[in-house]
Design a protein around this ligand. Structure first.
Ligand SMILES: Nc1ncnc2c1ncn2[C@@H]1O[C@H](COP(=O)(O)OP(=O)(O)O)[C@@H](O)[C@H]1O
Ligand SMILES: [Mg+2]
Length: 260
């Protein structure tokens, strides 16, 4: 039996991506351990989604390399990598269970059993025969999470999956993702614009600016993390200052240029 507990080792070397003449990623080096949870923050348009798309094999780098468990990836879709987006992307004409089954190949019985099991894990077993349209936004994201996890991926890519949810649902989803990650030990790469969310979930937080990694810090807090804890607040502050400080410099530089 294939172990459920193998996170992927992900290594990026000198990764670059341009669209036409526009450079977006300008040399990304990153080494993510099996089972590690890494969060990526950065201004809108800095290339976060592009980076995840390259790792997922949905697009190819202009140069540089991606190594998945030590093997160079050549931009093909890898079934052990799954991705979740802000929009749950469920098929509206398929019921919840069928939407989850889409993530899995195998015999009918195997697929059904696994889909029900993962729906139970996200707390939605009783909604298996509902249409996506009758679910709340948070429930739809749970279905998307179930679909992403049903084939036991070794790398989960999360592109602002909680961005559209209300605060309480967000917290519930964070707890759910953390719990499933701890249990299944897949490697996680989460893009978020919420620094608190990054510090709640990640072992390491990375900042991308101008197509490069300009901050890479470990989060030295035990789990589960309490937002009221002074060390938690301090870590969030430290990252925020770094993110905002850069932006102020950028604005000053821009203003200075306008004044010339
Ligand atoms: N397929 C594409 N064709 C042309 N430009 C693109 C494409 N995808 C992304 N870009 C551009 O690359 C930059 C980074 O985009 P993206 O990775 O989506 O940023 P982020 O996720 O950090 O907000 C943006 O300027 C965007 O317009
Ligand atoms: Mg994006």
């Amino acid at each position: 039996m294939v172990s459920e507990l193998d996170g992927m080792h992900l290594k990026l070397e000198g990764l670059r991506k341009s669209f036409g003449t526009k450079p977006v990623l300008q040399g990304i080096d990153l080494d993510i351990k099996p089972g590690e949870f890494v969060a990526i923050v950065g201004r809108s348009g800095c290339g976060k989604s592009t980076l995840l798309r390259l790792i997922a094999g949905l697009d190819t780098p202009s140069s540089g390399s991606i190594f998945l468990n030590g093997k160079q990836s050549y931009g093909r879709i890898n079934p052990t990598i799954r991705m979740m987006f802000q929009d749950p992307r469920l098929l509206p004409w398929q019921k919840v269970l069928a939407n989850v089954e889409l993530g899995l190949l195998g015999s009918k019985v195997f697929v059904r059993q696994n889909a029900l099991q993962v729906l139970r894990a996200v707390g939605l077993e009783d909604r298996a025969n509902d249409w996506p349209a009758v679910l709340s936004g948070g429930q739809r994201q749970r279905v998307a999470l179930a679909r992403a996890l049903v084939n036991k991926p070794s790398l989960l890519l999360l592109d602002e999956p909680l961005g559209a949810l209300d605060a309480l649902t967000r917290i519930e989803m964070q707890e759910l993702i953390e719990g499933l990650w701890q249990k299944q030990q897949f490697t996680s790469l989460l893009i978020t614009h919420d620094v608190e969310e990054a510090v709640v979930l990640a072992d390491r937080v990375i900042l991308i600016e101008a197509g490069q990694i300009t901050m890479n810090i470990s989060v030295p807090l035990s789990r589960p993390r309490a937002k009221g804890d002074p060390m938690f607040i301090q870590t969030v502050e430290q990252i925020l200052q770094r993110v905002m400080g850069r932006q102020e410099n950028f604005n000053e530089a821009r203003e200075a240029r306008l004044l010339v």
